[in-house]
Design a protein around this ligand. Sequence first.
Ligand SMILES: CC(C)(COP(=O)(O)OP(=O)(O)OC[C@H]1O[C@@H](n2cnc3c(N)ncnc32)[C@H](O)[C@@H]1OP(=O)(O)O)[C@@H](O)C(=O)NCCC(=O)NCCS
Length: 179
Amino acid sequence: MNFDKHLKFTIQEETEQNLQGIRLVHRLAFQRDDEAEVVDRLRENCPVFISLVAKIGDKVIGHVLFTPARLIQNQGWSIEGLGLAPLAVLPEYQKQGVGTGLCVEGLTRAALSEFPFVVVLGDSAYYPRFGFKKASTFGIRCAYEDVPDEAFMIKILKPKIMTDVEGVVYYRQEFDSVS
Ligand SMILES: CC(C)(COP(=O)(O)OP(=O)(O)OC[C@H]1O[C@@H](n2cnc3c(N)ncnc32)[C@H](O)[C@@H]1OP(=O)(O)O)[C@@H](O)C(=O)NCCC(=O)NCCS
């Protein structure tokens, strides 16, 4: 898929050839190794995930990953959705629509999957443009302590399944090493 609004780049599923480029994007965007390492662990361990790269030619300039996240309902049973994390764009390509392209394409694919929701823990000024809403308004909270209320957001993909669903969302344990 082409996103021509600001910069000419393509978005596609990751391939083996992209793995070094993905690591570099996260290291440079977050200025540390944690996110790059967690992406490698999640890729190894997750049975299903959505991993998209933004590219110019062969160069990876952005990456987004969606992995399973479990919502444990107040009644005790659970429902599996997706967590969007991490999202990163090489610093020199930021604010040119690349992050938007990755989110839009990833959420389009998520909507075609069986997963009924996507959660994200991030900037409340950025993610609402993709349809994310404060999760607490649905009675849904993040398992991590000390998360600002507005930073934990949810996008409902299957409203029928999510009717009256309330509870706590647990990200995969690979994220526990990322602060
Ligand atoms: C956050 C990030 C992925 C956004 O990607 P991007 O390609 O720069 O974003 P886009 O060009 O698609 O969107 C730009 C818009 O988002 C806004 N924006 C970008 N990053 C933002 C942030 N962290 N918080 C709030 N708004 C942000 C810009 O101001 C701009 O707004 P406008 O469209 O109203 O002018 C990128 O800045 C990045 O890699 N940051 C470092 C890693 C990071 O913090 N990842 C997110 C973790 S939740």
